[in-house]
Each structure stands twice: as C-alpha cells, then as structure tokens.
Ligand binder design. Structure first.
Ligand code: ARG
Length: 474
C-alpha cells in the first residue's frame, strides 16, 4: 500500500469532501476508516459499473457522447494500470471507488469529475458487491459441478462395491460404496440449487438509488441494469443501499457447502485410518510427520473440516453486522467485505481441493467387504426373511438377536454359521437363507427401489444425476 500521489487533485483538507472541512482527517482515522486495503479486490466490477453509469448518463443527455467516451477510455486504461501493477492505491483516498475516480480525473481532467453525477458511493458499493458476488457464485458453481461429476465417475465404478453402512458409527447394514458416494452427490446438488436460487436475489441493481433517496437527474435505471446484466433494478432506494441480505444468503449457502465438505472430510479421515483402511488418498493430497516415519496424514480433509468454522464465523459476523442498523446506509456496512471475501476464498479453495481429490480416491474393496462381514450387517435381512415366512417382526428380531449372540461367541458372521446352528433358533430357516438373506450381495440387491442401495438402483440414480446436472446448469 502506498500513500504517494499521482499529481493530486485534492485540496489540503480532506480528499473528496474538502469543501466542508477545516482540518485534515487525522492520519490514524484515515487509515482506520479506509477500506481500499480490501475493497480494491472488486476494481473490475467498480469500473464496469462506472462505464455502464456513464453510458446511461450520455443516453439521457446528462453527459455528452465525447464525455462518455473520454470516461470509458480513461477507465479502461486505469483497469490496465491496475492489472499490470502500475496503479498506486492510496489509503488517503479511502476506498476503491475514490481511488479510481481520482485517478480518472488525473488522467482526463474535469470530465472525470462528472462521472459521479447522479450516484453515490452508497449505491455504487452495493452494486459492486452484487456484481462481485454474482461472479463468485458462477465460479463456485463451476467448481461444484466439477466435484459432482467427479463423484459420479467414482460412483459409476463402484455401484456393486460393498461396504458397511453405519448408524451411530456402528455397523448397521451393507450398502454399496456407489450409494454412499451418491449421498454426497445429493448434498452437493442441493448446494448448487441453493446458490442458483441465491443468485436471483443477488442479481438486482441498486445503482440509481444514489445516497438513499434517489437522484434528481433523469436516469434510466432499466437501461443501466441491462448493460450490467442485472435481471432488474431494485424497487426501493432506501432498501437498496442498505440491504446486505444477499451477502448473508450467499454466506449461508457457503456454510452449508462447508458443512457438507466437512462431513465428507470426517468420513475420509476415518476411512483412511489404520482402523478402517477403506480408502487410500493419493500421496499428493497428504503430508507426512517430521518425527513418525510411518505417518501419512489426510491433511486436505482435516483442513477443510477445520476451515468450516471460519465460514460459519463469517456468517455470524454478517448477521450481527446488520442486526442493529437503521435505514439506510451506515458506515458499518463497510465491514461486510472481509467476512464475505473470507467465506468466498475458503469455500472456493476447499471445493478446488475436493474436486481434484475425490475422483482420485482409491477404495480398498477387500477391507470394506471384510468390515461388512464383521458387523452382523445382514441381521435385519434375516429378520425380514423370517417375517416373509410368517413370523411377526418383533419375534423375528428376538430370534435373530439370539443368532447374533451365538455368532459373537463363535467369532463368526451369520453367513458363516452352519444351517443347523441357525435352525436351533427357528425351524423356518432353510438352506435358501444364505442366498436370500445372509450374503452381502443378497442384502444390497434386495433394497431394490427408488433411493435404495441395490446396484441396479445406484446405476439408475447415476444416470438420472447426469440429466439433473444438465438441467440444473442449463
Ligand atoms: N467504502 C464504503 C463501503 O465499503 C463505500 C461507501 C461509503 N459511503 C459513505 N457515505 N461513507 O461501504
């Protein structure tokens, strides 16, 4: 950050509002109240908004065409200066808006001072953040789509790979790995739906609301909105300059994405442990220990799990920021940016890592199968088998409980007990019990309905998922 000037156009008191002031802003206060350190991030949106504003002002006759062209050319060159690292950001000019405007006046003279006709930084900043969040939503949706497709391709290879399904983290019933992955897909699909829905409310244009009450110039807001790709102009100027719901909504959607990634992380951390051994994460996503030579740590999932807290924190910051504000704009609103940017960066980084890592996961099919066999995961199937032979479910539950107790005693799965051993609990058990109920394959294949874990259902769910993605992102 530099405070040097390019041939300053300010007077000796206080930047853009020197007229009313009799002494310069205290240098600490200038630094304390500035936002250019972080809002320079949306210079592109600021320049795009200014170009659209100037174009509209010329259309309605407030600027001449020559003035409009000079402004557009000046702003285009400023954008180049910024992108080539030649722009000097000045803290004494407070924010991205005044830095760019002052530089414009440096470059094109008095016409630069006309750009701010009929607008205020209040509607300008509200417009800039909306443009910025809109771009970020689109980029986040791209990453989500990449991750979703990665999950589908892995699931497609494992529609019949059997693993234990858990409740209470205790082995419950066998499921297919493909089915488990498709549960992840569903979580992330809803996340995309939420972002797409949130985008509708982001994509409304505050510009023209000016400071709070609108402006006396004959502006054409619908035209400016069209130029900037907004769906519509906002309806109420007081609301438009002060509303930050859209940022909160985005952060809430980002929090849910992180919550989902964190749950996936937790599973990956468990699954890669020596106690589970279900999955191998390729070395490029892991690190070792400086002291324990055998260690390979699942850093990416651990970090994503950890970073989830920051995004929740950002959400709480934004909610708290807004709760006490009377209409309309208050300087408090400047505090919306850092939490919002932090949430954006965190969710994007996490999605990027996951989109690369998930399709590269290598499941250990033998270990998964062995674990499913070790947890009496087909006990419910045996109970269902008895029910089909006429026994009431509660009685069947009791019978199977006894069979499991024998299995525990002998260190064997139900499918490994002898037929005669099973028959001592019910004479309705016959030789078909192994094929119909006790094997892992029989168990998963029997759950053959929409949303069930049968390989055929998982295959069909994957097909539908491809279509649903196409529709969603159309
Ligand atoms: N930097 C300010 C922000 O981020 C821009 C708007 C300032 N408006 C004002 N009246 N002080 O909110």
């Amino acid at each position: 950050m530099t405070t040097s000037s390019h041939s300053s156009t300010q007077n000796q008191t206080s930047g853009m509002w020197g007229g009313r002031f009799t002494e310069a802003t205290d240098s600490f206060v200038a630094e304390f109240t500035a936002s250019v350190q972080f809002d320079q991030r949306f210079y592109r949106q600021d320049i795009a908004g200014s170009i659209a504003h100037a174009t509209m002002l010329a259309k309605v006759g407030v600027l001449t065409e020559q003035e409009r062209d000079d402004i557009i050319q000046g702003l285009t060159e400023i954008q180049k200066e910024i992108e080539e690292g030649r722009f000097e950001w000045r803290v004494d000019l407070e924010d991205v808006h005044m830095n760019i405007e002052a530089r414009l006046t440096d470059r094109i003279g008095i016409t630069g001072k006309k750009l701010h006709t009929g607008r205020s930084r209040n509607d300008q900043v509200a417009t800039d953040i909306r443009l910025y969040v809109r771009d970020e939503i689109d980029a986040t949706l791209q990453l989500l789509s990449k991750l979703q497709k990665g999950i589908l391709s892995l699931a497609d290879q494992h529609t019949a790979t059997i693993m234990p399904g858990f409740t209470h983290l205790q082995t419950a019933q066998p499921v297919t790995f493909g089915h488990h992955l498709m549960a992840w897909f569903e979580m992330l699909f809803r996340d995309s739906e939420r972002l797409i829905d949130c985008r509708k409310r982001v994509n409304r244009m505050p510009l023209g609301s000016a400071a709070l009450a609108g402006t006396t110039y004959p502006i054409d807001r619908t035209y400016t909105a069209q130029l900037l790709g907004f769906d519509t102009a906002s309806e109420n100027s007081l609301d438009a300059v002060s509303d930050r719901d859209f940022a909160i909504e985005f952060n809430a959607a980002a929090s849910l994405i992180m919550m989902h990634l964190s749950r996936m992380s937790e599973e990956l951390i468990l699954w890669t442990s020596a106690q589970f051994k279900f999955v191998n994460i390729p070395d490029r996503f892991c690190t070792g220990s400086s002291i324990m030579p055998q260690k390979k740590n699942p850093d990416v999932p651990e970090l994503v799990r950890g970073k989830t807290g920051r995004v929740y924190g950002d959400l709480i910051s934004l909610l708290t920021l807004m709760k006490g504000q009377p209409l309309a704009y208050n300087k408090d609103n400047q505090e919306d940016k850092e939490p919002l940017f932090d949430a954006i960066d965190t969710v994007r980084g996490s999605l990027m890592a996951f989109a690369d890592m998930v399709p590269a996961l290598v499941p250990n099919q033998a270990e998964m199968r062995e674990a499913a066999l070790r947890g009496f995961s087909t006990a419910t199937d045996l109970a269902d088998y008895l029910v089909k032979k006429g026994i009431a479910f509660r009685d069947a539950h009791e019978i199977v409980g006894k069979a499991v107790a024998l299995g525990v005693q002998e260190g064997k799965d139900l499918s490994e007990l002898k037929l005669e051993q099973l028959q001592q609990f019910s004479d309705l058990i016959s030789a078909d019990v192994f094929d119909k109920a006790l094997t892992l394959e029989a168990s998963v294949s029997a759950r053959n309905h929409l949303g069930g874990t049968a390989p055929a259902q998982v295959q069909a769910a994957i097909q539908r998922a491809h279509q649903r993605l196409e529709q969603l992102y159309a």
